[in-house]
Design a protein around this ligand. Sequence first.
Ligand code: ADP
Length: 583
Amino acid sequence: MLKHYKEFLSKKTGRYLLGIFLLLLVDTIQLYVPQVLRSYTDKLQAGTLASPEIWQIAMVIGILAIIMAILRYLWRIMIVFTALEFEIWTRKKLYNHWTTLPMEYFNEVKTGELMSYATNDINTIRRTFSGGIIMSVDALFMTVTTIIVMGTTINWKLTFLAILPMPFIAYGVLRMGKLVHEKFRTVQEIFSQLSDKVQESFSGISVIKAFSQEELDLEDFDKINERNFLENMALAKFQARLFPSVRFLGRFSMIIGIILGAKYVLSDTITLGDYVAFIKYLEILVWPVMAIGMVTNLIQRGLASMQRVNKVLDIDSSLEETDNPKDPQGFALEVKDLSFKYPGVKENTLDNVSFSLPEGGSLGILGPTGSGKSTLVGLLLRLYNIPRKSVYLGLQDINDLSIEETRNLIAMVPQDNFLFSTELKNNISLSDMVPDEEKILRSAKDAQVHEEIMGFPRGYKTFLGEKGVNLSGGQKQRTSIARVLYKDAPIIILDDSLSAVDTKTEEAILRKLRVELARHSSIIISHRISTLQNLDEIIYLEEGRIVERGTHEELLALRGRYYRVYEKQLLEDKIQGAGYEAI
Ligand code: ADP
């Protein structure tokens, strides 16, 4: 259960235990106070209390109160700090672990679920470590020691009779706590539905608006929000009834103590001082007995959350990584008979794909949707495991390189051009801890987006909305290209990244890329022949197989699929051109 947390526990257990020790020290002092009161009352009754002694006792109680206040502060700091650090540490560990997991995992698990691991579950674990464990240690220690002190220093029989209702209180709290827990779970479920709804609505806000679905969407939202309100109210009402009833139960012990205790005093079995101390002890006892019921639930909840988080941490990153990575010799890429299928899929997505990309070379990939182009790129970036002896990078089997090294050698502009909601310049310098302003400008210029950025009122400091909503499709693509140029990796991959720019801009970007050819190899996936025609080699993929390959001229001479695409695009261009002329 705790194996994932060893590193943290080995460092911080000492402070945590010291916190618990201080807490128990406070408990012990607290148990001493009624004893002071007892001797005080007894002396007061016997008339043997000298006036300086009154001051002395008051002083003792005052000093004890100060000591307790300081100790209470210290144990809280120690425990709460450790628990908070534990929360941060666990969240970081979980996050780090996620980054090592293969894409299959993220294809399966919903964003909402990932969010709830990182927030709800980890918060619950923290609460268990701060509140839960402390309360249980405190409650058990206090219950046992108070009863022993009451029995030994006052009277066992009286103690026994007075604490008779206590197990019922603990049981009652436990039962009610379970009900609270169930209601709490419903509230949490509805809350996560609410977040899912908000997340989905805003992600699809343009579709909602375009299809005039605002009212329906609002209705949906209102329904969930209303349920959220009702369930929260139900929980609040239940809790409002719960706490007073538990306190009421607690008073039973007190009533027994007051009545029986008085009888014991009258029959001289105990002294008046004993009586005062006894009542004080009963008062002390109510809280830990209630706590025993409460913590049981809290700890159960914490363990359940820990199990959920452990399940994620237990997932072995199914990406195989060598323990002794080799150094790549240059960055030539060689793909030999690469076949691949996604887990759980019958057919091969890639079938015997072979090509080579020498340093500074360029390769174009053309093929219908679903032919395996993105899969090929994903494999090169090691998002999935690659069979041995099928991909060589820098003269080494790619499996013998560290994944980080491979991803440093290759930079990709993905199809979806994801931009983060931060300043534009940070999106470009993403790969750099210390951004180089000059390099940002150069990359943006080479990606043909600089002029437009300068046209924004805040220029490079423009804050992008979520997913870069305030940029046009073409601007997003070129910002993503600038990001890759900034990274300056030896191999650049553009996955259909020039589709939203016009042919002129496209040419300018490709020209820039070509200027840097000696330093960069490039793989360019595109549906446009104009993007591909000047590349060293072009392959045509169909159902995961290379069905045609060669230079632009060679492919045209083949008069096959490539040629047909070329003819079609030529015709389209002509029609468009004619259209413009007519206008
Ligand atoms: P392209 O980029 O050429 O459009 P892809 O590489 O995206 O093609 O997809 C190739 C094939 O692999 C398609 O049939 C697609 O449905 C399938 N595929 C893509 N991703 C996955 C995945 N994560 N799991 C299973 N099949 C997938």
